[in-house]
Design a protein. Sequence first.
Length: 197
Amino acid sequence: MKSAGELLIHSFQQGGESAFAEIYNLHYNSIYYYARHFVTDAQEARDITAETFVKLWKLRSNFDNIHKIKTFLHITARNACIDALRHQKWKAGKLQQLVQLLTEDNESMVTRNNSPMAAAPKFVNGLVEGELLRRIYDEIENLPPQRKTIFKLAYLEGMKNPAIAAQLNISIQTVQNQKTIALKFLRLNVLNQKSVH
């Protein structure tokens, strides 16, 4: 005769939703707080926890005991947290590049043949970086919808012009033009310059 635990696992493997709900309720809190150990944002930890259980459900036929389920949940949550932290670090780097791009002078950008991502950091008008980032974000939201989308995809998500053009079903030239106009707008408004050449 099978134990209650064995019956639970068997039902779970067969796609029993009540068995999944029981496993979910048993382990949700431990996985959520485990994720919070890595990521400070509560919503992000909830998302990671939910995605972890979705992955468990998709692979349910692979698990024949509760120990394997617990191990899978912890490893999957940990890996998702590491990915989230890497993405945060990557986005922080992109924002730093954007700050550099907006605060460098126009001549150096032209001299480098419009390759702004290699710019050295230079902060204008005594603004601290955090305040500058806040102003950049505020001004990005003031861009027209298509220009804002293109700018975010290019400078915050790191997408290349051809990929943006394909995703938005527009020409590469349109992407380039919108990026240029957005940069001029942001330079003018974020840095309070009187003119943009």
